[in-house]
Structure formats: C-alpha cells, structure tokens
Design a protein around this ligand. Structure first.
Ligand SMILES: C[S@@+](CC[C@H](N)C(=O)[O-])C[C@H]1O[C@@H](n2cnc3c(N)ncnc32)[C@H](O)[C@@H]1O
Length: 219
C-alpha cells in the first residue's frame, strides 16, 4: 500500500481506545453539513463510521475510506442495514473517485496523517470529486499559530487543552503531544493556502482552541 500513515491505525487497541475515549460526540460536527436525502457523502478516514451512520439516518448515500481493518469492521457494524453504503480500504494518498461524485466530503482528525504536499494533492482531488456547490469540512489539529512556533506556544497549548478536554486532559496528554510532534499537524495558513489555490471558497473557520480548527469550504 503506497502512502502510509504516521500512526499504526491497524492496531486494534489504538482504534478501540480512540473510539471509546477521544472521538467524542459527532452530532454537533454532523449538523454543520445539514445532510439530507439528496446528498452523496464521502468520509475520508471514516474511523468507526459514526459520521456515516448519522448521514445515512438523514437519508444520504454514504461512502467511507479508511486504512484500518479494525475501523472498517466497526464502520460495517455502524452501517448495518443501510442500503447502498460503500466502505473502501485505502490510504487517503491512493484513493480516487470519478469527477463530481459527491455533494459533501468530511476529513475529521485524519488529515494530520498526511505530509503538507499530500494534503495539497488530496484537497485538489476532493475539488474534482465534489459537485459544484459541494461542501468540504476539515476538522483536525490545525494550529492558529505558525507550525514552527509549536515550542514557544507550548504554555498556551497546555492552557487551552486543559480547558478544551477538561478532566480528560491528563489521560489524553500523551496522545495529544504524539499528534502534535510525531504526526503531521498543519497551521491555518497552510491549510487555507491549499484550499484557496485549489479554487475552494472558505465559508467559515472556527477554532475553539489554539490547536484545533474546523474549516468549512465550498466548491
Ligand atoms: C483519529 S481517527 C479519526 C476517525 C474519524 N474520522 C473520527 O472523527 O472519529 C483517524 C482515522 O484515520 C485513519 N487513517 C490514518 N491514516 C490514514 C491514511 N493514510 N489513509 C487512510 N486512513 C487513515 C485511521 O485508521 C483512523 O480511523
């Protein structure tokens, strides 16, 4: 498989720990899309299929992509009984679809597994996979300060994280700093650069903490 991942998500324990403890509720995130029966939804790095199941409940046709058999098995379970759902085992670097296949695309907490170039290439591809007026939402560790200023912003990150994660922060701290230093987070300037150069219009950026952003873009 070409184009791997910075963390070995094929490990069952990691996937199960994340899904149980760190994933959080996806209801608020899902509501940003306003899914309905006219939607064809793609979730890249779909994890345990929670977002796909919400979209399917609202009548959308759903497609999920993930590298992990464990996550795909969980997605299959979440989508039990849903007609026409498609699950694809692939890396985000390799997956491909015909032009204008989807109305809404999500990448939640998965783009930090890609290098900056891979992020740009994927965003270019998504632009082609979306129908005109289609929506892309990316939520992840997207820093509100320059990526190379991670160290000097460490105190601010610690402060925001203890508020954002509340009493769970001590349990999440190791995983959080693994993502920040050993995986491939980006900053808002890098991400918006890719989106704008590709042709997307940025509709909204919300950053509830200095390390976490949700970016909504339209084709
Ligand atoms: C932190 S989880 C997020 C899952 C889900 N989107 C959510 O919000 O709960 C990251 C997911 O991305 C998948 N993943 C990691 N690297 C990947 C890659 N290179 N290609 C495809 N999927 C990948 C993992 O298997 C995992 O399910």
């Amino acid at each position: 498989m070409k184009g791997g991942t910075t963390t070995d998500w094929r490990e069952q324990e990691l996937a199960q720990w994340y899904n149980k403890n760190m994933r959080g509720s996806l209801e608020g995130y899902a509501s940003l899309f306003g899914f309905d029966k006219n939607d064809a939804v793609l979730d890249l790095g779909c994890g345990d299929g929670t977002l796909l199941a919400i979209a399917a409940q609202q009548g959308a046709r759903v497609t999920g992509v993930d590298i992990s058999d464990v996550q795909l098995a969980a997605s299959r379970q979440a989508l039990k009984g849903v007609k026409g759902a498609t699950l694809i085992k692939s890396t985000l670097q390799e997956v491909n679809f015909p032009e204008q296949s989807f109305t809404k695309v999500s990448i939640r907490k998965a783009i930090h597994h890609l290098t900056n170039d891979e992020k740009g290439l994927l965003i270019d591809k998504i632009y082609h996979w979306l129908k005109p007026g289609g929506i892309l939402i990316i939520e992840d560790m997207i820093l509100t300060f320059a990526l190379h200023r991670r160290d000097e912003n460490r105190a601010l990150v610690e402060k925001d994280a203890s508020i954002y994660y509340g009493s769970n922060w001590p349990d999440f701290r190791d995983a959080f700093f693994t993502t920040m230093y050993q995986e491939l987070p980006c900053d808002l300037a890098q991400l918006t650069h890719h989106l704008l150069f590709t042709g997307f219009h940025i509709l909204k950026i919300a950053s509830p903490a200095c390390f976490m952003s949700t970016v909504i873009a339209e084709k």
